[in-house]
Design a protein around this ligand. Structure first.
Ligand SMILES: [Fe+2]
Length: 199
């Protein structure tokens, strides 16, 4: 199954002022598109053609670095667009998810602090995550295109901390980007949907 670039689920300027139309144009039309194009090239002859995206990500990890980088980033970005929405973020979690955050992550304020710190503390390019592992929520961080799938966990929230995600709007101020992302952009309904599927 060939990788395909999806349309954004909102207008390019829908996330302003926290994420600009210019950032989304570059991030979606150039960066994500490049992962799709390169991923499709590298999928040919890999032995993983016909597998699901999740199977390709897990199947290429540790054995086909080029394919893994692009398939991983395709998976991550497919979700990333849906992890954001206009007027999102803040402590507005659906009840079931809030309960899990309370019991597994020490409450909303602790989640917020630990998630932002994971993103700030990821040296170089990568992602900050909330994932479900053994039925419980965990905060994780990964380098480059890696994600919790290859660590036996299911990602339900992820923030892209590659510079291409924030440099136009925030320059080098990654903490400001992460704070704005958590407070104003997270699509908690989508997180809840993934959480329900994962547990
Ligand atoms: Fe990205």
């Amino acid at each position: 199954m060939a990788f395909e670039l999806p349309d954004l689920p909102y207008a390019y300027d829908a996330l302003e002022p926290y994420m600009s139309a210019e950032t989304l144009e570059f991030h979606h039309d150039k960066h994500h598109n490049a992962y799709v194009t390169k991923g499709n090239e590298l999928l040919q002859g890999s032995g993983l053609e016909g597998k699901s995206l999740e199977e390709i990500v897990k199947g290429s990890y540790g054995s086909n670095q080029g394919l893994f980088n692009n398939a991983g980033q395709h998976f991550n970005h497919l979700h990333f667009w849906n992890w954001m929405k206009p007027n999102g973020g803040g402590k507005k979690l659906p009840e079931r998810l809030q309960k899990a955050v309370d019991s597994d992550l020490g409450g909303y304020d602790k989640f917020r602090e630990d998630f932002v710190n994971a993103g700030v503390g990821q040296f170089g390019s990568g992602w900050a995550w909330v994932a479900v592992k053994n039925g419980k929520l965990e905060i994780m961080k990964t380098p480059n295109g890696e994600n919790p799938l290859v660590h036996g966990a299911t990602p339900i929230l992820g923030c892209d901390v590659w510079e291409h995600s924030y440099y136009i709007d925030y320059r080098n101020r990654r903490p400001d980007y992460l704070n704005a992302w958590v407070d104003h952009l997270i699509n908690w309904e989508y997180v809840e949907e993934l959480y329900s599927k994962a547990v």
